[in-house]
Write a protein that binds this ligand. Structure first.
Ligand SMILES: [Fe+2]
Ligand SMILES: [Fe+2]
Length: 353
């Protein structure tokens, strides 16, 4: 039963006490009158994530871009290859955040029956929209050709293919007639939630890495700072969907069959390989020390972290070839771990270098 159905069917006097209503709350398939009572809470982690997201508030207009503009316009600072990698990365992350904004708003929220989780996903949706604006801010600041960035997927076959695969993955539950409440549809929804972890926690990562590699070489520092803010938001989104996925597993353990675990492992393996193919097509034989080989190792390391967050065994046992990235992500990237509960959280709208 969808939220709308519940609202229409149940918005009337009923005999449940408030405590019973809260105690019956579930991530999906729970009782929900649509009135968003968020005190007291059944899923306090969602409210805590929401509060952290509020503390993380920032706007792209605050980021100083003058150095980037100077470097971009100079003849001898950013090489042609670096420009191409920058533009391709920007085009991809912009496409991905646009897609994610719509995915959350249209496919995910309507099936959630815990108001505190709806609160957090609503904030996340706003942040994805803010990220779309952030990329537009970069396009404007550097006076890039919008046709070249936003239209890139029409001429760049690799980007087109990548967008298609992401879109296909999120579209599985996009049918307006899709409803949770059966074994198969609940598994599909859980797979979609883990698909979100793949979007947030794997697909963005080669692009983020490219901006950080440029920054480490004193190139395009404003862009990298923008990406740091976005990365900090993405870490909270990851934390949110790791909690959502693991709580669905706790509330409906029958969904987590060995076959389903294998499917999820395969999805993560496919995502790492696809992200590698994309990243390798960007860096080609290498750029500023970033090579296809260390990119693959890095993405496998990230893939293992995502598997572990879901209680699944590692596949690759790769090491992080870029330990310096901790300085740029403030150590947060590798610490989003549901089971260890050691997520780095931030308390202000500023970043420390
Ligand atoms: Fe985003
Ligand atoms: Fe996100």
């Amino acid at each position: 039963m969808s939220l709308t159905d519940l609202f229409q069917a149940d918005f009337k006097y009923n005999k449940l006490s408030n405590a019973e209503i809260i105690n019956n709350r579930r991530v999906i398939n729970g009782y929900d009158d649509g009135l968003m009572q968020v005190s007291p809470l059944k899923h306090p982690w969602a409210y805590e994530i929401f509060e952290t997201m509020i503390k993380n508030t920032w706007v792209p207009q605050e980021i100083p871009m003058q150095m980037d503009v100077n470097q971009w316009n100079a003849d001898n600072v950013i090489t042609d290859k670096e420009r191409r990698v920058y533009e391709r990365s920007l085009a991809f992350v912009s496409n991905l955040d646009g897609l994610q904004t719509n995915n959350l708003a249209c496919n995910i929220i309507r099936h959630i029956t815990s108001p505190e989780i709806i609160l957090a996903i609503t904030r996340q949706t706003y942040e994805e929209a803010l990220h779309v604006v952030s990329y537009a801010t970069l396009v404007e600041a550097l006076a890039l050709d919008p046709e070249q960035i936003y239209g890139m997927y029409r001429t760049d076959k690799d980007l087109y293919d990548k967008n298609q695969i992401v879109l296909k993955a999120v579209s599985k539950i996009a049918d307006p007639a899709f409803k949770t409440g059966t074994f198969d549809s609940d598994q599909m929804f859980l797979e979609a939630c883990i698909g979100n972890i793949i979007i947030e926690g794997i697909y963005f990562y080669s692009a983020f890495l490219i901006f950080y590699v440029l920054r480490r070489n004193n190139k395009m520092p404003g862009s990298a700072e923008m990406i740091q803010f976005i990365n900090r938001d993405e870490d909270m989104h990851l934390k949110l969907f790791i909690h959502i996925s693991n709580t669905i597993k706790e509330e409906q353990p029958e969904l987590w069959t060995p076959e389903f675990q294998q499917r999820i492992t395969d999805n993560i393996k496919d995502a790492v390989e696809m992200e590698y193919q994309w990243g390798a097509s960007c860096v080609q034989e290498g750029i500023l020390g970033l090579t296809p080989e260390n990119l693959r190792e890095y993405l496998q390391f990230v893939g293992d972290v995502r598997l572990m967050c879901l209680g699944l065994p590692k596949v690759w046992n790769s090491q992080n070839p870029f330990p310096w990235i901790d300085e740029l992500t403030q150590g947060s990237m590798i610490e989003v771990n549901f089971f260890e509960g050691r997520v780095k959280e931030y308390q202000s709208g500023t970043l420390e270098w």
